[in-house]
Design a protein around this ligand. Structure first.
Ligand SMILES: [Zn+2]
Length: 101
């Protein structure tokens, strides 16, 4: 799978940056999203299947943010469960590719 360089979520562009190793607060991470900066980081130290799931997971965090769900009381715990659930559901049931950029 060719990872896109840019993804558009409801009018906001997010750059996708791959790195060999990612760290977040002292722990290894597979993916990270910086909502304000519009940046998504992906670790290349994971299988293709894991990479797809991680990318979807981070993109769904972007979708939740763009939909403004935090402003209507959607908790971070609920968000984590939802975005991971959607990412697993999609990777287990669909093949996907990116059509732009
Ligand atoms: Zn997450």
């Amino acid at each position: 799978m060719k990872v896109p360089k840019v993804v558009n979520i409801f009018g906001k562009e997010y750059k996708i940056i791959t790195k060999e190793r990612l760290e977040h607060e002292g722990y290894d991470a597979l993916g990270l999203i910086y909502l304000d900066e519009g940046e998504i980081y992906l670790s290349t130290e994971q299988s293709l299947e894991s990479l797809k799931r991680t990318l979807l997971h981070e993109l769904f965090h972007g979708v939740v943010d763009r939909l403004g769900l935090h402003n209507v009381g959607f908790s971070e715990d609920a968000e984590e469960v939802l975005v991971e659930g959607l990412a697993v559901f999609i990777t287990e049931n669909f093949e996907f590719s990116f059509h732009k950029k």
